[in-house]
Structure formats: structure tokens, C-alpha cells
Design a protein around this ligand. Structure first.
Ligand code: FMN
Ligand code: EPS
Length: 390
């Protein structure tokens, strides 16, 4: 499975093509529009989110309400396009530290920095969320669900249980405008964003995405580019402004002894194998364990600041302050559905790799036949130890 997106932030529309989705998946545009709308909502957004009302149009790959196995093509209109056409647009020549203005100009030889921002902009994530919603629907056919929430915004840290009911966290997070399941922290986060607007500054933070009911055995330890932990981290850091991702609490665990990190294993009288905890975040050796997959993602503060930042005007060669037109103050709550989408895309691909299949109908019995966490699934009779070349 693979996908591409195209389009500029203030151009007429955004486009995506998703190829490799099997035939026979029930398709409902509302599944996509629901997540598109979630991606637009969150306290701390700038004026652009008042203009856009993202709705998907499907232009290929779906017939009779089902996927056909052909590439699925999608578009979302940019309502701001018409304002941009009517506007008298002045060139930007002073790059914002932290955005793609300077790096893009050097790489592509742009003389007007807007050319960088038009494609670097997180407006592009609209299409990742549209593609991700289809992947979520596909995973749901196999009982797999993906949830996300904010766990830290600026220096406000949510108090979350160590072995949480992730679905309950998600539902609690969806009730407030910072997407945080801890109501006290949510209030403090809201206040922090209010203050940062007064300070003409910006904030980032951490969100968590979790996949539930994932079978053991997705991904592989045998090659670097088949490791599912690596794919998930790469997918998260590919989102604009995400600068780190960890599986479980990896960075905290780096400072602890092994006895406080590893998930001890036991077996019940029915032969079912369990890990007592899920500190590994659902992955060992780049392979799913069958426990929830937990990925924590660090978002840097938005680089466009109302207070400006020191920079250089590339047209004059003189020191200058960056200009401000319009921007998010904190986009962390809006980043949660984007993270969920990237996880859905990576897991849909991993499940397809595991099961093969051109249609959902073909995949279902293969899914039911997967090996699981049972003694009977890992028979240890006739154990031998000999290299093939000996
Ligand atoms: C949902 C979302 C909204 C964003 N909104 C803005 C914004 O309004 N202004 C801004 O300067 N950056 C914003 N960003 C971040 C920039 O797109 C990002 O910093 C830039 O493309 C440079 O890429 P990098 O930070 O990944 O290096 C946003 C990111 C996300 C995920
Ligand atoms: C448009 C979206 O996010 C945009 C991401 C973004 C950036 O620089 O990344 C800059 C802002 O755009 P504008 O300059 O038009 O105000 C955000 O609004 C969106 O999320 O749909």
C-alpha cells in the first residue's frame, strides 16, 4: 500500500492517491469528514481554521459504496484560495527560524519564500487524515482501533494512569478543546494557550497515539526497514513540527534498570501467554506483541510568532525581524488526529503485508488463522539447534 499527496496550502485544492487498499471495504465519506473536522478543531488555532470547512470528494476507486481495489483518489478544496487570488501578495524575503523558508529557498533556489511555505505547510496533513480515515475503516474490519490524546502541553503535564483504559482516555479527551483526558490539566493547558497569545508567543507539547486489538506478529525483526517501531517513529516525525517520537516511555526507561522496564511473562491455566505490563508499548524486536501499541510524539512550538524573531532579509542582506500575517499559536490538539492517521496508515500497510489479499473477503479467514499469544501457537517439540552451513 502506498499514498501520495499534492497541492499547496493556498492553491485551489489538495489531492491524495491511495493505492493498495483491497476491494470490498465499505466506504462512507462521513468517516473521512468526521476526522477532517476533528483535525480542524482545537484551542490555539489561528484565523485560517475559521475559513476552511474541509469536506472530501472522492474521484476514483469507489463504486457501489465499496472500494474496488483501484487507486482511491481524493480531493479537498481550499476555501482560502479565492481570498489569495484577490489579495495583493507581497513577497516574503525574511525567513522564519524553524519553518522551511530558508532551507527550502537554498535547496530549490526560491527567490520568494512563500514557495517554500506553500508546500511545507501542515495544510498538507488534511490529505493524510483523509487517507488515514480510510485506513482506520479498513483496520476496523479486523477489530483494530486507533485513539489519541494530548498528554503534555507546554509545561503542563496530564496525570494519566500507568495502565489506562485508552478508549476511556480518548473519549474524555474528545470532550475538551485541548484534547486532554485529564480535566484539571485540560483547564491549565487552555490557560497556558490563552497566556501565550498575550505573550505573542507559541507552544508545543506531547501527544500519544495508541492502537488497540492489534494481533501479535505485525512487522519484523529481520531487516531494518521492516521493523514496525522504526516505521511508526518515522511516520510520526514526518508530520510537520514533530521532532521526536518514542515507543512507550522510551526516554524515561533509558534511566531505569531493566527489572523496572521489561514486561515479565506468564501463562494461565488455559495456555494463554500474557505480559504482566505493557512498558514495551506493544512492540518487541520491531514486531507487535498483541498489547496496545503506544507511541508518544513531541511537537515543537509553532515557529511563526506574533512577537517576531531575529533573522536576515535575504533581499537586502540586512538584519531584520520576521513578519507575521496569521498563524496557529498552538496546534497540538489538532495534531492528534494527524498522528492517529499516520499510525493507521502504517498499521494498514503492515496488516496487508502480513495477510496479502486483494479483497477484504480473502483477508478475513487469513486474519482468523493468525498465530496468537497461546502455548499451542508456539509448539516446542523437536527443538533443534544447528546452523544450516554446518
Ligand atoms: C496541525 C499543524 C498546524 C501547524 N500550523 C502552523 C502555523 O500556523 N504556523 C507555523 O509557522 N507552523 C505551523 N505548523 C508547523 C509547520 O508546518 C512546520 O514547523 C514547518 O513545516 C517546518 O517543518 P518542521 O517543523 O517539521 O521542521 C503546524 C503544524 C501542524 C502539525
Ligand atoms: C491550513 C492549515 O494549517 C496551517 C499550517 C501552517 C503551517 O505553516 O504549517 C500555517 C497556517 O496557515 P495560514 O498561513 O494559511 O494561516 C495554518 O493554518 C490546516 O491545518 O489546514
Amino acid at each position: 500500500m502506498r499514498f501520495f499527496t499534492a497541492g499547496e496550502s493556498h492553491g485551489p485544492m489538495l489531492t491524495a492517491i491511495l493505492e493498495g487498499m483491497p476491494a470490498g471495504l465499505p466506504f462512507d465519506m462521513e468517516d473521512i469528514d468526521r476526522d477532517l473536522s476533528r483535525r480542524q478543531q482545537g484551542y490555539g488555532s489561528g484565523g485560517r481554521m475559521q475559513i476552511e470547512k474541509d469536506k472530501v470528494r472522492v474521484t476514483g476507486g469507489v463504486m457501489n459504496g465499496m472500494t474496488t481495489g483501484s487507486p482511491i483518489s481524493l480531493i479537498v478544496e481550499n476555501r482560502d484560495f479565492k481570498n489569495w487570488r484577490e489579495r495583493d501578495i507581497t513577497p516574503i524575503t525574511t525567513p522564519r527560524p524553524g519553518h522551511a523558508d530558508l532551507t527550502g529557498a537554498i535547496k530549490y533556489g526560491y527567490r520568494e519564500l512563500r514557495l517554500s511555505l506553500e508546500r511545507a505547510s501542515a495544510r498538507e496533513t488534511t490529505m493524510r487524515v483523509a487517507v488515514g480515515a480510510i485506513c482506520k475503516r479498513f483496520l476496523a474490519e479486523f477489530g483494530i482501533e486507533i485513539v489519541g490524546y494530548v498528554s503534555q502541553l507546554g509545561d503542563v503535564v496530564a496525570q494519566l494512569p500507568s495502565d489506562p483504559d485508552y478508549r476511556a482516555l480518548y473519549e474524555a479527551a474528545e470532550t475538551n478543546d485541548v484534547r486532554c483526558p485529564d480535566p484539571e490539566a485540560a483547564e491549565a493547558m487552555h490557560a497556558a494557550i490563552r497566556q501565550v497569545k498575550i505573550d505573542k508567543d507559541t507552544l508545543g507539547g506531547i501527544f500519544e497515539v495508541v492502537a488497540l486489538n492489534v494481533p501479535p506478529g505485525l512487522g519484523s525483526h529481520v531487516q531494518f526497514d521492516r521493523k514496525l517501531d522504526a516505521k511508526l517513529v518515522a511516520a510520526m516525525v514526518s508530520i510537520q513540527a514533530m521532532k521526536g517520537a518514542e515507543i512507550g516511555h522510551a526516554f524515561k526507561q533509558a534511566g531505569l534498570p531493566g527489572s523496572q522496564v521489561h514486561d515479565e511473562i506468564d501463562v494461565d491455566e488455559k495456555g494463554a501467554i500474557h505480559r504482566r505490563t505493557n512498558r514495551a508499548g506493544g512492540l518487541e524486536g520491531g514486531i507487535t506483541t498483541g498489547d496496545p501499541i503506544v507511541v508518544r510524539v513531541a511537537m515543537k512550538p509553532i515557529s511563526t510568532m506574533l512577537r517576531g524573531a531575529d533573522s536576515v532579509n535575504l533581499a537586502t542582506g540586512e538584519a531584520d525581524r520576521t513578519a507575521y500575517e496569521r498563524s496557529d499559536f498552538c496546534a497540538l490538539p489538532r495534531a492528534v488526529p494527524i498522528g492517529e492517521s499516520m499510525m493507521a496508515i502504517v498499521l494498514a500497510d503492515a496488516l496487508l503485508e502480513k495477510l496479502g489479499g486483494d479483497s477484504i473477503e480473502e483477508m478475513k479467514p487469513r486474519f482468523d488463522a493468525l498465530r496468537g499469544n497461546r502455548l499451542a501457537d508456539v509448539p516446542m517439540d523437536n527443538v533443534e539447534w544447528r546452523f544450516g552451513y554446518e
